[in-house]
Design a protein around this ligand. Structure first.
Ligand SMILES: *Cc1c(COP(=O)(O)O)cnc(C)c1O
Length: 360
């Protein structure tokens, strides 16, 4: 078997061109006589890598000068703690519960203050996004927090919530760089890169500079204080050099594809191929209603556990791997991030159609 179509929710596929470039540079990065994994993070050559990565990211997204871009470690999960520790003044924030990741973030914030659940879609197993036009937000809340694309449940916000003047903080891990991102709508927007941007081990935070403060919660560890990292341009300690390098290659790849507008068109097209098939299938059923459907994570079920398991096993034999759903939803989930080619989605749909006919 050659390269498979990997529908994993993350770590996920990377563009072949990026892997090939990394391979070509592996033993001798641009005449340095060493690989990026071996060089000092204080060297001029690595400094160029991280500076160029940041510049390309800023260009790609259109990040204004009053926002910092940080390349951090600890994944999305570590930011669940960093967000309240850095932003609490009144130790009170509002959280919208749209599934596991939003809930984990709220639980972490609740360790340090009052993390209020403003709304929830738990009543229907998180298959929709609650109405966020008039939430019970109070003036003493330091921020409002959302998980904008829910990786496990396959939902996404059709529009951003009305935060009634409070800062909006968003986890965009599983939709990062899949479409244009207007960072000016957020105080903080961040994502772990292993879903849609690069290899595991890097989380990128985009933070409006006035929110990077010295007077954070006193119990904040040095490493979780955004100011520590911002003062040193993400080089306070040894960063994930290799991960940042690969992210930089992906940013260049995205720029070459035409940028985030072009990616959105492609991703909408890819998602439509799969949802159109699901909406007419007699065997497979999408679990999310159209207004809330993610372009990135597509869960579906047959309603019969044995049939689901048979499908997952047979799909893998055809080079369509990791289509098993998360245990809380069951069934299947196809994650179709930026690097999943249209041919991969078509191959999945063709296989589903064949499977459906065979098992009618
Ligand atoms: C995967 C994921 C996380 C957790 O990321 P880690 O890097 O594993 O900590 C957080 N939020 C969302 C939306 C995710 O999909």
């Amino acid at each position: 078997m050659g390269r498979v179509y990997n529908f994993s929710a993350g770590p996920a596929m990377l563009p072949v061109e990026v892997l090939e470039e990394a391979q070509a540079d592996m033993l001798d990065y641009k005449g340095s006589g060493q690989s990026v994994m071996e060089m000092s993070h204080r060297s001029k050559i690595f400094d160029n890598i991280i500076k160029e990565a940041e510049a390309d990211f800023r260009k790609l997204v259109g990040v204004p000068d009053n926002y910092s871009v940080l390349f951090l470690q600890g994944g999305g999960s570590q930011q669940f703690a960093a967000v309240p520790l850095n932003l609490y003044k009144n130790r009170k924030a509002g959280y919208i519960n749209t599934g596991n990741w939003a809930n984990k973030a709220r639980q972490e914030a609740a360790r340090f203050g009052n993390a209020v659940e403003l709304a929830s879609s738990k009543d229907k197993n998180y298959t929709y996004i609650p109405d966020c036009s008039d939430l019970p937000i109070t003036d003493d809340m330091d921020y409002v927090y959302i998980c904008q694309n829910n990786t496990i449940y396959g939902t996404r916000y059709p529009e951003l919530p009305n935060t009634k003047g409070r800062e909006l903080v968003s986890d965009v891990s599983s939709m990062f760089l899949s479409e244009p991102l207007d960072v000016t709508k957020y105080g903080v927007v961040y994502g772990g890169v292993q879903k849609n941007v690069g290899p595991a081990g890097v989380v990128i935070d985009v933070i409006r500079k006035d929110l990077i403060r010295d007077d954070v919660c006193p119990e904040t560890p040095t490493m979780l204080k955004w100011k520590t990292q911002d003062d040193k341009d993400s080089l306070y300690n040894t960063p994930n050099c290799w991960g940042i390098y690969i992210c930089g290659l992906v940013f260049k790849w995205l720029l070459k594809q035409g940028g985030l507008g072009a990616m959105k068109e492609r991703n909408e097209h890819k998602a439509a191929i799969l949802y159109d098939y699901l909406d007419q299938s007699k065997l497979f059923h999408p679990t999310v209603q159209p207004p809330y459907r993610s372009l990135m994570n597509v869960p579906f079920v047959t309603g019969d556990k044995e049939m689901d398991a048979k499908f997952v096993a047979e799909a893998a034999e055809h080079g369509l791997v990791n289509v098993k759903g998360h245990r809380t939803v069951g069934g299947m989930r196809a994650s179709i991030y930026n690097a999943m080619p249209e041919e991969g989605v078509k191959a999945l749909v063709e296989f589903m159609d064949k499977f459906e006919k065979e098992n009618a």
